[in-house]
Design a protein around this ligand. Sequence first.
Ligand SMILES: Cc1ncc(COP(=O)(O)O)c(C=O)c1O
Length: 428
Amino acid sequence: MKTYDKSRKLFEQAKMMIPGGVNSPVRACRSVGTDPVFIDRAIGSKLIDADGNEYIDYVGSWGPMILGHSHPAVINAVEDVLKRGTSFGAPVDLEVELAEMIVKAVPAVEMVRMVNSGTEATMSAIRVARGFTGRDKIIKFDGCYHGHADSFLVAAGSGVATLDIAGSPGVPDSVIQHTMSLPYNDIETFISVMDKSGDEIACVIVEPVAGNMGLVPAMGGFLETLRKQTQRHDCLLIFDEVMSGFRVAYGGAQQLYDISPDLSCFGKIVGGGLPVGAYGGRKEIMAQIAPEGPVYQAGTLSGNPIAMAAGIATLKEIKKSGFYEALEKTASRLAEGLKQAAERTGTKAVINRVGSMIGLFLTDQPVASFDDAKTSDLEKFSQYYREMLGQGIYLAPSQFEALFVSAAHTDKDIDETIVAAEAVMGGF
Ligand SMILES: Cc1ncc(COP(=O)(O)O)c(C=O)c1O
């Protein structure tokens, strides 16, 4: 029987000083009716909490840990760089090295700017798009999450969906009046909006694999339509690959689906578990950014050497031949196992998967949009989450988040996870 005494005590202390006791809302586990466990350390596929309980981790710090935790190549790279100092606020060789790796990995990215989070990447990308086109309006899609910048807090996924809030107080109407949010995978609606307003749109931003309403792949020519229509109306197409970048393929979803966006945003894996974001695209667009152009964007710790070193070490590992094939095999074994566990227990479940990202929805209808995702049984999901945690399986505490498989997950991990899932589903 697991005990959680130390986590409970830490959470009580945290709540007195940190809003909700956490530094990012979903971590508080409110939607699944429990309190968070505090993590002490992590290695490979495992997390160990403050009370010494061990879990097989499918959150992976919300995506970055594609190699698993404490990978020796990343730890060694960070240790080496630490000896040179932690931050200089001046250019370093490692920024050039990581920029070159990104540019080589993603052909649509000719120039790239490093920032410190995914939010900074997307927020800056739309600023550049607005500066480049001279237009203000943007289109996003329901259930997609692009970070917490004002312009994106309309029908957003992730924590906004988990907490079931429409938007956020503090975001002026004068800002979000420029944001239109349309249904994901709904080609007809998108075309009709573009026919009417396409020439006023600065950019269309999309998660090419949506991972913030559970996992919902783009389908039926949706991304191709976005590409065609944006070209037709001279507005920019932005792929938010903060989650899918270097995850679904080394070159991201744009490689997987062979579509070139005008701008791309990265985060998570590109920082190897340290705070990094990046945005990039065609030279003529990126040349708008200061000091080359007039669009302002800056950062005290941007291009930080330790973060760059972690990113470089991670990309070097995942670039190795056979990496994505092995990951695909592990992830498909898990997805298939979960599907069978649901079937064997008569549980209504839909499992979506793209590469090592998986969404398990407790519903009986296909999930292609945020509305579809919302048909899931959230009560049952809460039970599933809590009981899986009790069995040593650490999942994201929300129906509207994806599950990430890493290279550190073993067949044994996967088998144990499937056994646990079947036991939990059997008790529904
Ligand atoms: C697709 C996508 N874009 C942007 C973000 C924001 O990134 P960050 O949390 O690093 O600000 C996230 C975070 O989960 C994301 O999944």
